[in-house]
Design a protein around this ligand. Sequence first.
Ligand SMILES: Nc1ncnc2c1ncn2[C@@H]1O[C@H](COP(=O)(O)OP(=O)(O)OP(=O)(O)O)[C@@H](O)[C@H]1O
Ligand SMILES: [Mg+2]
Length: 441
Amino acid sequence: MLDPQLTVLVVDDSVDMLEILRRNLNDLGLNPIVCSGVVEAIDILESTKIDLVITDLHMPKIDGRQLVKYISQHFNITPVLVVTGYPDVRAAVDVMKLGALEYLIKPFTNDELKEAIENVLGNKIQEITTAISTEKLSSFHGIIGVSDVMQKLYQTIERTKNNKATVLITGESGTGKEMVARAIHYNSNFSSAPFVPVNCGAIPDQLLESELFGHIKGSFTGAFTTRAGFFQAANTGTLFLDEISNASLTVQAKLLRAIQDKEITMLGATKSQQIDVRIITASNSNLLEMIDKQMFREDLYYRLNVVTVEIPPLRDRREDIPHLFDYFNKKYSNEQKKAVLKISKPLLKILIDYAWPGNVRELENFVYRLVIMTDKKITIEDIPNHMKMQSPTNEIPDTMMTLADMEKRYIQKVLNATGNNKTKAAQILNIDRKTLREKLK
Ligand SMILES: Nc1ncnc2c1ncn2[C@@H]1O[C@H](COP(=O)(O)OP(=O)(O)OP(=O)(O)O)[C@@H](O)[C@H]1O
Ligand SMILES: [Mg+2]
């Protein structure tokens, strides 16, 4: 059964044909709007919510192909059915490539039209829900990523499986450094031993030393009991030192000894003790710069980075974005006991183009919020304005161009970002609608 709420835009230069289609569509319980040319059709598309477009191909002035192309570029989720009097396989293939979903040859019966419409609507709906999920999810110990860099990262992790080499993980905030540290540990052949994470940035400088190495009763004011440190807790397993750049030079010197000699001395103790720990460190500041400023020991740096894992920012591996989106969408929808949100390709494209300065963490929080705030389908309104607009610095092209060309590109970009809503675009561009219309001409 077709949904009677559906509005169908019919474009044909023949008045007779428009009349036939109008009657057929009315009979099918749909709501038809008819027009005789491409320009008029685009005007209607911009001002009215259209669920399906049925267009003729051969029309004077502007060909139906142009309309199909325009729709697929600007209204990607609006399905298109092409109707033509010329049975030509090549033309059919061509318009399908441009984005049409079905091709119907005149004359046709009411049943044939109905079947074609059902096909088109069914196809398009399916396409939106499975846009991502048909592709295989690639993950490694919960790390989602299909890009080449992530595949290489999985291989690096594999290489740390049977040894206790130190690993230095670098990457911007939110790229998944802690996740990678855990994956290294749980993928290793000593995964049943403890994994002990320590955030060096969160522990006050004076305390870090005793927290790491432990202390003997009475070794400093307040040391009422003898207490083991994180090193002892991580023995036979992994000690993850997050934000290592925060460790003082004193702690750095002790760390160096621990790694070199595989032994530590508790604060206030006279004897050292053997330890067997893999050390993983993570940093989002540039340790080499700190070495230059003599804030980080060079000798320690080279002990810590036997294996290095550089996690690139999300904007440098954009092919992972749809997979991460899909993963978090399912995860939080299940958690909230809600239906998994649908997203159309153009909206997904906005997410792929966005720079994600907070990396995966920002994407995760964004999807979590969407799952809570939205039902069923994500619309352009659900995406904050700053995401629709890319950072202008990324937008300056390498090739030289005129100001007029640059303006044209920028206007097009704003139009895309607003889902081709001219009123919103004019607001963002800070010009009135009339000026925008003139510029578009
Ligand atoms: N590739 C990924 N697949 C799935 N989830 C990820 C991925 N990368 C990061 N995350 C998620 O993003 C969030 C941030 O990751 P994590 O804490 O490991 O980042 P980080 O690099 O340690 O950040 P910071 O520098 O701010 O400490 C976590 O919730 C983590 O589960
Ligand atoms: Mg972290």
